[in-house]
Design a protein around this ligand. Structure first.
Ligand SMILES: [Mn+2]
Length: 585
C-alpha cells in the first residue's frame, strides 16, 4: 500500500470570502473553496461566453487571409488533423468552416500505424494527389518540420493551426517553414490564455474566417453552435483545464449537447445510457471520448470517426455509434487484461515503474499506464512489442515528477520520444530496456511518491446544508483544473459498518461526533481494503465489533467526503459519499 497524504489546498481570505458570498449569493463555504483554488471570483459564475480577441494569436489574420484566398479561387484544400478526439473535432470544424465560405475542403487523418502522430510526407503526397493546393493543419503541425518543408518543396501552401508546445532552440521558438503558423503557445503570440485545445484554435479560426467572408448572421449562429459542441468535446477530451474561457466554452457546449445537432452523439449517448439533459464533462471525458478514440486505437480507423460527426441520417448514425460503442467495449477488455499483467510485473522497490508487457496492443499502453499509476502512486511507463525488436509505450506521471523533462535527459537512447510533464510516448530498442530502466531510476533515486489528495475544505458533516450542495452544483462543469470539491471531516467517530450493494461489496457507515450528532455515509471504494485497514489499526476483534449493530465502536477515523442529495420516495436528504479514510493519531 502506498502511503497516503491529505493536503490542505491552502488559505482563504476571510473578508474577501464574506464579501463575495454576499455579492454572488453563494454560501461562504463554496466561495472559500474557490478562493483557496485562486479562482477569479468576478468571472467564475458569469454565464457569458467571454472569448478574448482571436486576432491576438500570432498569424491568425495572415492564415485566415491565405485560406480565404484559396476558398475564393475554388482551389482544393486538404485539412490534415490528428487521430485523437481533439484532432477529429478540430478537423471537422476546419473542413466545414472552409466549406461555409465556399472552399473545397477535405480531411486527411494520419494513420497511427503508418504515419504516427501528425502530418507525414505520405499525407502530403495524398493531399497533392487529391489536387490540394493548400494544406491547413489542425491539432498538429507545430513540430512537423520535415513534412511541411516537403510540402513547400512540392509547391503547396501550408497554414498550421495547432496548440502544442513550440520547439525551442536556446530559448527561442523554432517554427516550421509554413506560410502561417497559428499557435497560441508561440512566444510572440499575445493571446492571454494559452491552455486551449486544437479544436478551440480551429473554432477561433472559423470565427475570424466567417467575419472576413461576411457570412450571414443566421448561418454563423448555426455553425457556431455546432462548432461549440465540437470544441467543448475536444477541450474535455484533450484534458484542458476547465477554467477561464475553457470553462465557459464547455458550459455552453454541454448546454448545446443536451439537444445536440450531431446525430451520432445523440445515438452514442443512448448506447451509453447517458440522459442528454444530465450530461456532464466527465461523461464526455470518460464515456464519449473513449468510444471515439477506440476506433483509431483498435482498428486505426479514422474515417468512421469523421462519419460519426458528419452523418445526418439517423439510421446510419445509429450504426456508426454502435460501431464506436463496440470498439470501446473491446478496448476495455484489452486494457483490463493488460492492466492485470502490468500489476503482476510491477516492482514496488523502484520509484519509476517501467513495465514491459509482451505482445499486447500498443494503443492501450497509455490507458494501462494511467491505471497502474493511479493504483500504485508511482509514475508509470508501459511498453509492448512493435516490429523489428522495438518496443513502444506510453507513460503517465504524478504531479511531482516531470516525466517529459526527466526522460528527455536520455533522449539519445530512444528511437522516438515526445510528450509533456504528465504523459510521454516513447519507442526504444528492446535490448535497451534494462539500461533505460536503470538510468531513469538512478536519476529518480530517493524520490518518494505518495498518493496525495488535496482537501478543499475542513468541514464537519453536521454543517453541510442543502444550500451548500446546491452551490457546489453551480461550480460545474467539473474536470481537469476544476475538480469536484473534496471535504474533510476530522471530528466524527466510526460507530457501525454494514455491507451494502450487490454481494455486499460496498459499505454503509454510521458516524457520530462528541456531541451526539449522527450522520450516515456510503463508501463505494474497495471494501476489502477498508476492512483490512480497520483490522490493521484496531485489531480484528474491533473490526468484527464494527459490524455488530448493537455495539457502537467509537473508532477515531477521519473521512474525505463529498456531500450529495439522495432522493427517495419524493424526499430529498443529504448523503455523504466517502472518498478516503484515515485513522486519527
Ligand atoms: Mn490536441
Amino acid at each position: 500500500m502506498t502511503e497516503k497524504i491529505w493536503k490542505d489546498r491552502g488559505e482563504f481570505n476571510k473578508e474577501k470570502v464574506l464579501e463575495y458570498s454576499k455579492k454572488l449569493g453563494i454560501s461562504p463555504e463554496v466561495v472559500a473553496i474557490l478562493d483557496k483554488r485562486n479562482i477569479n471570483l468576478d468571472t467564475f459564475f458569469s454565464s457569458e461566453l467571454s472569448l478574448p480577441n482571436a486576432l491576438l494569436i500570432k498569424d491568425m489574420e495572415k492564415g485566415v487571409d491565405i485560406a480565404k484566398g484559396f476558398c475564393d479561387r475554388k482551389l482544393k484544400i486538404a485539412v490534415i488533423n490528428d487521430y485523437d478526439v481533439d484532432g477529429a473535432t478540430s478537423g471537422v470544424i476546419m473542413k466545414e468552416a472552409l466549406k461555409v465560405v465556399g472552399g473545397e475542403s477535405f480531411v486527411l487523418t494520419p494513420k497511427r500505424t503508418i504515419d504516427g502522430y501528425g502530418m507525414s510526407k505520405r499525407l502530403v503526397d495524398l493531399a497533392k494527389e487529391e489536387g490540394a493546393e493548400l494544406i491547413v493543419t489542425t491539432d498538429n503541425g507545430i513540430s512537423a518540420f520535415e513534412a511541411i518543408s516537403y510540402a513547400k518543396g512540392l509547391g503547396l501552401t501550408v497554414v498550421v493551426t495547432d496548440h502544442h508546445e513550440v520547439h525551442k532552440d536556446k530559448g527561442l521558438d523554432v517554427l516550421p517553414e509554413a506560410d502561417a503558423v497559428i499557435d497560441p503557445k508561440r512566444s510572440d503570440s499575445e493571446y492571454p490564455f494559452t491552455d486551449i485545445c486544437g479544436a478551440e484554435v480551429a473554432l477561433k479560426f472559423s470565427c475570424v474566417l466567417f467575419a472576413k467572408a461576411n457570412i450571414d448572421n443566421d448561418v454563423r449562429k448555426k455553425f457556431f453552435r455546432r462548432f461549440t459542441e465540437l470544441a467543448a468535446i475536444g477541450t474535455v477530451c484533450d484534458v484542458m483545464p476547465l477554467v477561464e474561457e475553457n470553462r465557459s466554452l464547455v458550459k455552453m457546449g454541454l448546454h448545446y449537447l443536451e439537444l445536440s445537432q450531431i446525430i451520432g452523439i445523440r445515438q452514442l449517448l443512448r448506447f451509453q445510457e447517458i440522459e442528454p439533459e444530465k450530461i456532464t464533462a466527465s461523461d464526455i471525458g470518460f464515456r464519449i471520448g473513449p468510444c471515439i478514440n477506440a476506433m483509431s486505437r483498435i482498428y486505426d480507423d479514422t474515417d468512421t470517426v469523421l462519419r460519426f460527426f458528419e452523418e445526418k441520417d439517423h439510421i446510419k448514425s445509429k450504426e456508426i455509434a454502435k460501431i464506436l460503442f463496440d470498439a470501446n467495449e473491446e478496448r476495455k477488455n484489452y486494457s483490463e487484461s493488460s492492466k492485470k499483467m502490468a500489476l503482476k510485473l510491477y516492482d514496488p522497490s523502484l520509484p519509476i515503474s517501467i513495465i514491459y508487457i509482451p505482445n499486447e496492443n500498443p494503443a492501450v499502453m497509455g490507458i494501462v499506464a494511467g491505471k497502474v499509476k493511479d493504483e500504485t502512486g508511482h509514475p508509470t511507463l508501459c511498453l509492448t512489442d512493435i516490429e523489428d525488436g522495438k518496443i513502444k509505450g506510453s507513460g503517465r506521471s504524478t504531479s511531482d515528477y516531470d516525466m517529459f523533462e526527466r526522460f528527455s535527459r536520455y533522449e539519445d537512447k530512444y528511437v522516438n520520444f515526445g510528450g509533456h510533464p504528465g504523459a510521454i510516448g516513447i519507442t526504444i530498442d528492446k535490448e535497451k530496456l534494462s539500461e533505460v530502466t536503470e538510468l531513469i531510476n538512478k536519476d529518480a533515486a530517493g524520490m518518494v511518491f505518495k498518493k496525495e489528495t488535496l482537501v478543499d475544505l475542513y468541514l464537519s458533516m453536521k454543517y453541510v446544508s442543502d444550500r451548500i450542495i446546491l452551490d457546489i452544483d453551480k461550480m460545474e462543469p467539473f474536470g481537469e483544473g476544476n475538480p469536484a470539491p473534496v471535504f474533510c471531516d476530522d471530528t466524527m467517530y466510526l460507530e457501525y459498518a454494514k455491507e451494502m450493494g450487490k454481494d455486499g461489496k460496498f459499505r454503509r457507515l454510521s458516524l457520530c461526533d462528541d456531541y451526539g450528532n449522527k450522520r450516515e455515509a456510503v463508501y463505494f471504494g474497495d471494501a476489502g481494503e477498508f476492512d483490512n485497514y480497520i483490522s490493521e489499526f484496531f485489531g480484528n476483534p474491533k473490526k468484527e465489533e464494527l459490524y455488530n449493530e448493537f455495539v457502537p465502536s467509537h473508532l477515531p477515523v477521519s473521512f474525505l467526503y463529498s456531500p450529495k442529495f439522495n432522493y427517495w420516495n419524493g424526499n430529498r436528504s443529504i448523503s455523504f459519499v466517502i472518498k478516503d479514510y484515515m485513522v486519527r493519531g
